[in-house]
Ligand binder design. Structure first.
Ligand SMILES: [Zn+2]
Length: 300
């Protein structure tokens, strides 16, 4: 099994979007009107070469994301607060081809959530089975989703993902877990807060877990400091999710890989776990070599 971190262009957001300021509606106002922006941040997609098939986690943005008509008229303030730097050849499809991986061969595409910088490359994978959480689908679909900032009018006509509901199995400490592979080594956990039905993808590599964390935190440091972003609909839930991730990482060595952090690629390369951060308590099961989970139930 091999995991690729593929940078599919860059995004810049306001600083108050990256780290929320204020409460309630003021937090959203600060996010949209802040004059200060972050450095250019990556938009990582992950590709897992798994014995059961090729798995893609998130699909990035299209290269026309800066076009004036890309966002609908009622999202002008959002458009002001976010900028993209994406060349056509940086999209996930061409990048996979340049690595000798064909988008046509992808079995599953897992979308951590349906924000446009994660679902903007759906059209590269017409033959894959897409997987989205039910809660995210409900929040993102229809007129309600559109008014809530989801660009569902840009989904291809054929886009009809498999929806999953999380049930608490009492194993991970998250509010739910769902296995993808029959071997049980790739599974999802529910990590809501940044969006209504956000989920993360976990890859069990025996003595540690690789967590493809989407936007559950914009960076590992922002996971550790307990801050919330400026855009998520439920800051309380976002904080709870971050606590759950830290609790999980304290019990199971975890390589934490957000979508929008450059250091994700390096941490994946060297499999640097959260538990290896100086001052953070290491797990007692570190390097035991015992698989964390043994359940054999598959999604399909
Ligand atoms: Zn997002």
């Amino acid at each position: 099994m091999k995991i690729h971190a593929i940078s599919t262009g860059e995004v810049q957001i306001t600083q108050s979007w990256q780290v929320g300021r204020g409460e309630g509606i003021q937090r959203l106002v600060n996010t949209l009107l802040d004059h200060y922006v972050t450095e250019w941040l990556p938009i990582f997609c992950f590709v897992i070469e798994h014995p059961e098939g090729l798995i893609v986690v998130d699909t990035g943005s299209p290269s026309n994301a800066n076009a004036p008509i890309y966002f609908p008229p009622w999202m002008r303030l959002v458009q002001r607060a976010v900028r993209f730097r994406i060349e056509p050849e940086q999209e996930i499809g061409p990048q996979m081809l340049s690595r000798g991986l064909s988008p046509q061969d992808v079995r599953w595409v897992v979308l951590t959530h349906l924000h446009q910088d994660h679902d903007g490359g759906i059209y590269h994978f017409p033959k894959a089975e897409f997987i989205v959480s039910s809660n995210e689908w409900q929040a993102a679909s229809g007129l309600k989703g559109r008014m809530g900032g989801y660009l569902n009018q840009r989904w291809p006509q054929w886009f009809s993902p498999t929806l999953i509901d999380f049930t608490d199995d009492g194993v991970t400490g998250f509010s739910g877990r769902h296995l993808l592979t029959v071997s049980g080594d790739v599974f999802f956990v529910s990590t809501p807060g940044h969006s209504a039905g956000h989920m993360s993808v976990l890859v069990d590599e025996a003595d540690h877990v690789v967590m493809l964390a989407g936007d559950s935190a914009y960076a590992q440091a922002l996971l550790l400091d307990g801050s919330v972003d400026g855009i998520g609909p439920d800051p309380t839930l976002q904080k709870e999710t971050k606590q759950r991730i830290l609790q999980f990482a304290a019990e199971h060595p975890t390589v934490f890989l957000p979508t929008h952090e450059w250091d994700s690629a390096r941490r994946l390369d060297v499999r640097e776990c959260i538990g290896r951060i100086p001052g953070y308590q290491e797990s007692s099961i570190f390097h035991t070599g015992i698989p964390l989970f043994s359940s054999k139930t598959a999604l399909n």
